[in-house]
Design a protein around this ligand. Structure first.
Ligand code: SF4
Length: 462
């Protein structure tokens, strides 16, 4: 069969992470002799910013390729794009349309109800579900496939047990010139040709706001170190990458897995060819593992610290404390691994003085880079259930409503004008100064020259 995969439209994307979910679906389909193409609305959107011309171009592509199945990846903040796009495609396409990803997995029944042109949802990890559909299996017997006739009460999302049975991600369907183009965001602060990779799926924790672990679920599963290293070699040989970002929710959730990967990287001499970064929980770092990570070429660890107040961390069921956040930064410094601290804003009872304390804390503990994101309430999360707003059930999935919902601070304590003023007058200049310094610390002079050259003098259009 012919399958066209489509990513959601996005006008701006500073971090060039390859959509790994799509790449794995494509690779399994191709291995099983199906013909796969990608229409990357996300990348086209970044290049043109013009949705109408992207839609026209997509239509021509669909009419030319004549797919049997169209697959959409969905995320909640732009679910209106899937809805608009599927309505539009239904005007000239009568094949199968299926949606997967975080949003469709979180609410399969409602997604089918709201998006009338959609036939199925692939809930959870979609590789084998989409393959069975493409192979022509009877929909009612396909694990993870949700249709309008599915009984939601006994339904289970699909989870892949043996990850190594999956072929390597299919990179050829992407514009790898873009996705591995040198940039300073993919491996925060390091200006490198960077690709992303997965060595495990799932997360053992239950943070109340987390939508990240919805698709992969709770049971954590691992690729073997051999699989990971072969995947890295492929990226170095085929795409000349200089940096790697492990997309695992917590690379250190199993020490033995992390040790095996590090040792294989070292024994294959890859630590001399690439710099790499991971995400990890602050309670999982210690001297032994950091020493090995550093030896294996790990230069960056991103920590979801969220807050410097224990009360916020406890309320969000974060498996961390202010103390573990501080210790993690001290240990990283000792082992010369740079750290990124993710923080959230918009916790219950937050005051401007709390925001200033966070900046003072950053100055004191000096993560290499940091970011501050508003707390958002995604469907499928515990926070969504307990907040009781049932936004997606009770509202239209149009752009205005969805954008308004995701721009709302649900536990707002600070007046929005006061917060905007703080953001513009305090946070923004602080962050700009801080990250300029971080860039100088992490990159060699030739690398900085390359960055300036590409930004100001080359004809690269993204
Ligand atoms: S540790 Fe990260 S991935 Fe795991 S539940 Fe918490 S926020 Fe989600």
């Amino acid at each position: 069969m012919k399958i066209l995969l489509i990513t959601p439209f996005s006008k701006y994307n500073s971090i060039r992470w390859i959509p790994l979910g799509v790449s794995y679906i494509a690779s399994l389909l191709i291995k099983n002799r199906h013909i796969v193409k990608l229409y990357d609305r996300s990348l086209k959107g970044c290049c043109t910013g013009d949705k109408e011309s992207v839609n026209k171009d997509m239509k021509s592509e669909i009419l030319r390729f004549k797919p049997d199945i169209i697959g959409f990846s969905t995320v909640s903040p732009v679910i209106y794009d899937a809805l608009e796009c599927i309505d539009y495609i239904r005007e000239f396409f009568d094949g199968i349309i299926i949606a997967g990803g975080h949003h469709a997995t979180a609410m399969p029944e409602l997604t089918l109800k709201k998006i009338s042109g959609l036939d199925f949802v692939a809930a959870g990890e979609a590789e084998y579900t989409v393959l069975s559909l493409a192979n022509g299996d009877k929909p009612s017997g396909i694990p993870g496939l949700f249709s309008r006739n599915t009984d939601a009460s006994g339904f289970k999302n699909y989870q892949i047990k043996a990850l190594d049975r999956l072929p390597f991600p299919e990179y050829r369907i992407f514009d790898m010139h873009y996705y591995t183009g040198a940039n300073r965001s993919s491996l925060r602060g390091f200006y490198l040709k960077t690709a992303c990779i997965l060595s495990s799926r799932g997360c053992p924790n239950n943070c109340k706001f987390c939508s990240e672990s919805l698709t992969y679920g709770k049971g954590i599963r691992f690729h073997s170190a051999d699989y990971v290293v072969e995947n890295i070699k492929k990226l170095i040989i085929d795409y000349k990458v200089e940096g790697l970002y492990f997309h695992d929710n917590n690379f250190l959730s199993s020490y033995s897995h992390a040790e095996n990967v590090c040792e294989k990287i070292i024994s294959n001499n890859l630590h001399k060819k690439i710099k790499w970064g991971i995400q990890a929980g602050t309670t999982r770092v210690d001297d032994d593992i950091l020493k090995l990570l550093s030896k294996a070429g790990c230069v960056k660890i991103e920590f979801g610290m969220e807050s410097i107040r224990d009360n916020d961390l406890k309320n969000m069921n974060k498996n961390a404390t202010k103390g573990s956040n501080e210790t993690a930064l001290v240990l990283c410094k000792k082992h010369k691994i740079m750290a990124h601290s993710y923080f959230m804003t918009g916790f219950e009872g937050e005051k401007i003085s709390d925001l200033n304390s966070t900046l003072a804390w950053i100055k004191r503990f000096k993560p290499h880079t940091f970011s501050l994101h508003p707390l958002k309430i995604y469907p499928g999360t515990e926070l969504y259930e307990t907040s009781g707003n049932k936004f997606f059930e009770n509202n239209k999935w149009d752009r205005d409503s969805i954008e308004k919902y995701f721009n709302t601070e649900h536990f707002r304590n600070i007046d929005s004008e006061e917060k905007k003023k703080w953001y513009l007058e305090v946070y923004k200049p602080f962050s700009a100064r801080y990250h300029r310094k971080a860039l100088l610390n992490a990159n060699s002079l030739p690398s900085l020259f390359r960055m300036i050259w590409i930004k100001y003098f080359s004809k690269r259009h993204y």
